[in-house]
Design a protein around this ligand. Sequence first.
Ligand code: SF4
Length: 369
Amino acid sequence: MPEKIIPLTDLRSPAMPVPRELEAPTGLLSDALGRPLHDLRISVTDRCNFRCVYCMPKEVFDKDYAYLPHGELLSFEEITRVARLFIAHGVEKIRLTGGEPLLRKNLERLVGMLRALGTPSGRPLDLTLTTNGSLLARKAQALKDAGLDRVTVSLDALDDTVFRRMNDVDFAVSDVLHGLDAAHAAGLGPIKVNMVVKRGTNEDQILPMARHFKGSPFILRFIEYMDVGASNGWNMDEVIPSAEVVRRIGLELPLAPVAANYSGETAARWRYLDGGGEVGLISSVTQAFCHDCTRLRLSTEGKLYTCLFATRGHDLRVLLRGGRLDAEISGAIAQLWRGRADRYSETRTVDTAGLARGGRKVEMSYIGG
Ligand code: SF4
């Protein structure tokens, strides 16, 4: 049974130190393991309208749960300011996450502000968003018009009963499918559909999902169930390895591996031999990809997390609201990334999972997936 109390604010988040010697960003930052800074995931809300059992279980995130008050959230202006600094350091992809990001009011205004940012290379920023799809039908066109490139939609089952049980708020699968169609019609793409596979919960949905999205405009990706956060009661027995997912699909719909689109791609690609498109497999438990991890996460209230499994954030907001200059904040970011040596998934064992070293892991609903 998950524990009931989850600290809302990570009290172990010190203000990020500002280096004495400042330097202009070169766009070529490397961390302690030689990994560049390429992706920034920005959580825009800690709220969600679903209660997925592996992310925001109802027993923990109930009606008494204390979400962040609005004044604690980074404003759109603050987010845009830090995004500009990250882009100068080499970030080329920004993903908006939550909670459920479409719950943040006027999100398309933020999308427009981010879209207007230039990159040192002159290449357009890759601007995307991860959503549960519940509000997508309503929002897709406005997001596209504001400059969003694409979306990733989480969908854990095609069977309505299984899906309603997993989201735990009785949300119908047809509404998410409608949202996907609206996103496609609006011109957002490529659109990916993420399915977290949990043994004994939705494993019988692997094939129906594969059949449904085969030959469609959507790329289905299967994600191994992970020990994120501290509230989902993770157990290795509940993980279905990606190799097993490929085997099960391949029995009916033969697959062959495909080369990655780019270095650092989280999903391994497999294509249908009959030309029906491809699926992705994200194997962060059985085939960790930390060696290529170029992602930094910014929480709703402005803390930076250098790993999805971090136990400690780094308070950037205190610099933003403390009158610090852009050059000082930029220096603090550079210093943080240079010191990064995270590789949790590569060193995870059955013993350490669930009990992170050095404290409680941050919740996925707080920093995005
Ligand atoms: S465990 Fe941490 S370092 Fe490894 S891939 Fe995930 S976020 Fe990156």
